[in-house]
Ligand binder design. Structure first.
Ligand code: OAD
Length: 237
């Protein structure tokens, strides 16, 4: 299916949902998790982004987040992020659902964002449960601690942990009411986020995927556009 056809679907839809992943920030210089340039010291994200990994070696996990925070700190939103801001302005009903924790959608100017996996610029105390923003790069001491003396962890969702209360329900609701679901820069391997793609299909929405390469859902989406999000999204929107 062609980009022109996808642009027509998107143009005539009044309710649109967008699901983004690390690929939308790749052209801003933020490393993706899987594929080329994605691995940090040969660890897979599944080996570091878990409560078990943090319990075993909090310093190692924090070193990884410190490295990601450094890369993200230097990053600016790109033309892909900006195109989604324009789309939001055009559509009466619009929801941006992101797996990204980098804050680049906020910086670009997106208004309503469901951050399924949390926010890398927040911390949470594993002892007293309080949470707070922390934008220091690099962190002066690893692992960081809370004022109460407890160990601090990144304010993100790890494998095996539930998503923030009620957020997946909101994402599903937006997906179910959307006429078009636009899926950008995600390998579609991490659930429940990836499950929004078959959900949209079941509900009868058109699904448009933008990715450098095929994903497990390339066969079921209505239009799979291959190329960099920063080039394709401005042409699509
Ligand atoms: P991945 O790193 O798994 O996938 C990134 C996807 O973006 C790949 O399919 C790439 O082909 C694609 N891509 C790369 N550069 C691109 C570009 N310029 N334009 C378009 N596509 C591009 O990232 P996610 O799918 O977001 O979770 O990963 C999901 C979750 O796994 C993350 O939120 C994170 C990770 O573990 C947690 O930390 C809980």
């Amino acid at each position: 299916m062609s980009l022109e056809q996808a642009r027509e679907w998107l143009g005539s839809a009044t309710a649109v949902a967008v699901l983004t992943g690390a690929g939308i920030s790749a052209e801003s210089g933020v490393p993706v998790f899987r594929g080329a340039g994605g691995l940090w010291k040969d660890y897979r994200p599944e080996d570091l982004a878990t409560p078990e990994a943090f319990a075993r070696d909090p310093r190692l996990v924090w070193e990884w987040y410190n490295w990601r925070r450094e890369a993200i700190r230097q990053a600016k939103p790109n033309a892909g992020h900006a195109a989604l801001v324009r789309l939001e302005i055009q559509k009466p009903r619009f929801t941006l659902i992101t797996q990204n924790v980098d804050g680049l959608h906020d910086m670009a100017g997106s208004g309503r964002i469901l951050k399924l996996h949390g926010d890398i610029w927040r911390m949470r105390c594993t002892s007293c449960g309080s949470n707070w923003p922390d934008r220091r790069v690099p962190l002066p001491k690893l692992p960081p601690h809370c004022g109460c003396g407890g160990l601090a962890r990144p304010g993100v969702v790890w494998f095996g942990e539930p998503l923030p209360e009620g957020m997946m329900r909101e994402a599903e609701h937006a997906t179910l009411e959307a006429q078009v679901l636009l899926v950008v820069g995600t390998s579609a391997q991490v659930y429940p986020a990836a499950g929004l793609i078959p959900l949209a299909k079941q509900a009868g929405a058109r699904v448009i995927q933008v990715n450098l390469e095929p994903t497990p859902y390339s066969g079921i989406v209505d239009c799979a556009l291959e190329g960099p999000a920063g080039e394709i999204l401005p042409r699509l929107i």
